[in-house]
Design a protein around this ligand. Structure first.
Ligand SMILES: NC(=O)C1=CN([C@@H]2O[C@H](COP(=O)(O)OP(=O)(O)OC[C@H]3O[C@@H](n4cnc5c(N)ncnc54)[C@H](O)[C@@H]3O)[C@@H](O)[C@H]2O)C=CC1
Ligand SMILES: O=C(O)[C@@H]1CCC=N1
Length: 273
């Protein structure tokens, strides 16, 4: 693995997951610097991962080749302002933003300097090496692109997008969607509890079934999801009754509407932040 230094600025849920995935897949902890203004969060990152930690963003950036900006979108402008007043030279660095709802053009305005920018839309399963990262840049050369890809490939799969607007689509498909699956699992878990399973049983039953279903889909790429579902569904049987109830309650449309709402919110954030 290369000796390039990667700084994560604002190491919260998302960067924690990326760092965890990177370390599982061969990155050296000493090449990673994590920052946070919250000392307790920094201490957790240091103790879980043994990466370098600091509350000094400017020092971390000065020492890094690659900088991952991972504060909440609403915090990005204040963060970029703090770089300007310090006269940081970002020209030789690759800056990766994982923020939803901030375009490259907007980020360049915030940074007010000429730098190489990449947008990345990762997801939290990166922590266990099963992430998906959508990537877009028009600023980096092939070597830089290969290195950026190495970082996110260590956390799962990557897909390079042709248009920046596709970042908003991939938020709906993979960035936000772990939450959809957790909500679905939570609904099954809550019903299992109502049926009398204890807390531990209910959790174990739902997570093992979700894992098994996902693993079946992964291990049989030529079998459609529709077919996998049909294989569970006996004519006139119990699954049929459950699926018909979900369809009567417009579950597929509900999911499509939710994804449209996700994209619409990303677009709205682009105009507000
Ligand atoms: N959580 C997720 O599943 C995903 C999040 N993202 C993006 O990742 C970014 C971060 O999201 P989360 O990790 O969920 O948020 P988070 O709130 O868990 O992490 C952000 C961290 O930044 C720290 N912070 C804020 N301002 C700072 C500053 N000036 N200097 C140093 N640290 C600072 C906060 O203390 C916080 O711990 C967002 O822009 C979000 O759009 C993208 C894909 C998925
Ligand atoms: O909810 C959000 O805005 C971020 C972006 C994708 C997942 N979490």
């Amino acid at each position: 693995m290369s000796n390039k230094t990667i700084a994560f600025i604002g190491t919260g849920n998302m960067s924690y997951a990326i760092i965890g995935g990177m370390l599982k897949n061969g990155f050296n902890a000493q090449n990673i610097i994590a920052t946070n203004r919250n000392q307790a969060k920094l201490e957790k990152v240091a103790s879980d991962f043994a990466v370098q930690t600091t509350s000094d963003n400017l020092d971390a950036i000065a020492r890094a080749d690659i900088v991952v900006l991972s504060v909440k979108p609403q915090m990005m402008e204040a963060l970029c302002d703090s770089f300007k007043s310090a006269n940081l030279d970002l020209r030789d660095k690759v800056i990766i933003s994982v923020a939803a709802g901030i375009t490259i053009s907007r980020l360049k305005d915030m940074l007010q300097c000429d730098t190489k920018l990449v947008r990345c839309m990762p997801n939290t399963p990166s922590l266990v090496g099963l992430g998906v990262s959508g990537l877009f840049s028009q600023d980096i050369d092939d070597q830089e692109k290969a290195f950026v890809d190495t970082i996110f490939s260590a956390t799962g799969i990557t897909t390079w997008l042709k248009e920046e607007s596709e970042i908003n689509d991939i938020i709906a498909v993979t960035g936000s969607s772990p939450a959809y699956f957790f909500l679905f699992m939570q609904a099954i878990e809550e019903k299992a509890r109502q049926l009398g399973f204890d807390e531990q049983q209910a959790r174990q039953l739902v997570q093992q079934t979700a894992l098994g279903a996902a693993q079946m889909a992964v291990s049989q790429p030529d079998v459609s999801l529709e077919q996998l579902r049909a294989n569970v569904t006996s004519k006139g049987g119990t699954t049929h009754a459950a699926i018909e109830s979900m369809k009567a309650n417009q579950l597929p449309q509900t999911v499509a509407d939710a994804m449209d709402a996700c994209i619409a919110r990303a677009e709205e954030m682009e105009t507000q932040i």
